[in-house]
Design a protein around this ligand. Sequence first.
Ligand SMILES: Cc1ncc(COP(=O)(O)O)c(C=O)c1O
Length: 451
Amino acid sequence: MLDRSLCSLVIIVGIEIKNNPTTLTSLTILTTIMIFTSLSPNTEADDIFLALKILISPWLWVKGRAVKELENTFKQWLGVKYVFAFSSGRTCLYVILSSLGLSKNDEVLLQAYTCVAVPNSIIWAGAKPVYVDCEETIFNMSVEDLKKKITPKSKALIIQHTFGRPTKIDQLMAAAKENNLFVIEDCAHSLGAEYQEKKVGTFGDASFFSFGRDKVISSVFGGLLTTNNRELAEKIEARQNSFEYPSRLWVMRQLLHPPVMALVKLTYNFFYLGKIFLEVLKRLSIISRAVEPTEKEGGRPPFVLKKMPNGLALLALYQFQKLDRFNAHRRKIAKLYDKELKQLDIILPQEKKDSFRIYLRYPIQVNNPKMILRAAKKEGIELGDWYSSPIAPQGVNYEKVFYKLGSCPVAEKLSGQSLNLPTHIQIKEKDALRIIKFFRSANVKTPDILI
Ligand SMILES: Cc1ncc(COP(=O)(O)O)c(C=O)c1O
């Protein structure tokens, strides 16, 4: 019976393909293995195995020794005096800022072309975010615009190393010093990057790193903050002690993320199975979102005021051992893009001699990013769109985060031209060549540059 049904199905599909060749194209697309830029990019088979092992050991989920071990490992690796783990990078930033005793009239400078988690942390800490524009083609803060935006109310400066490219640390630090600003390095994209042969995260008065799902290494959620300032460290330690652990349910949802995402990716294009599966899991809140809807309105989700749980620290510790291999791989893939895409009408990131970039993603500028995103998807390539708005993701209420449209024209322009190519460990050379081939055949145009 089953044999006969299968036979009939094959015959029907065969006749359909013979009569209508576009069906074959559609079927090929529906079964092509997708290339992803996002969706748990750092997860390898052993990470899935570890997550499953922790999932079936609930006594490991919340409390344990892994958090201290992660903090100590990191302290040694970065060569700093104090390290504290929290439930996310935004928690770290919020804790640093709220330890500075800022008030409503105090201003904190940050760059536009950033994640909403950054201005939100300033708002949660009771201060006002003031946006500084980017440098053309760089994605990092403009020193000239910083100097214009500093006022007597400025108290702190957040410097971001976007996409793993160290910013102009010397010049930004000099401007900060002149104006007595507290400097925080946002190293969410740049774990392992170096500036003048020194690791980023060691220049500011404090810094933070993220282990979010799409970051350099990942424990789905989690972050570390570092400082050499004893007085600040004492305040932060007291704050860490006052926080509770996240609930068991929350930890379980994060631990489910690596195995579930592997399944989603495997079946993503298989007659839309993975895509549907992903949507259902999100709607049922079985897996978490990187940014909660309330954050787009300046709100603070409950997981922010939490310690890092043991289960996620175990994932982060395990991934930390892979850091050098991951970053070497990212650099190798970036080099291939450099070499093969330079003849095209695309603005590519330029390597700088004074810094060691880790290319969390390979950022390019085109003048028709939405069209390219759609065309690539049809070829089975999911490109990245960081950041498609000056305060990402799309849909942020600018008024609530104190952003005035038109105030950072370069960042706004960059966000209208940005695409990112994947460099993570799942991207083999043949995948990068598939992406390159796509760009060679696609209709990409060089965007205009603001003078
Ligand atoms: C530039 C930047 N800073 C800070 C953060 C916050 O990190 P986390 O997601 O760990 O809270 C993110 C990511 O969301 C980011 O992209």
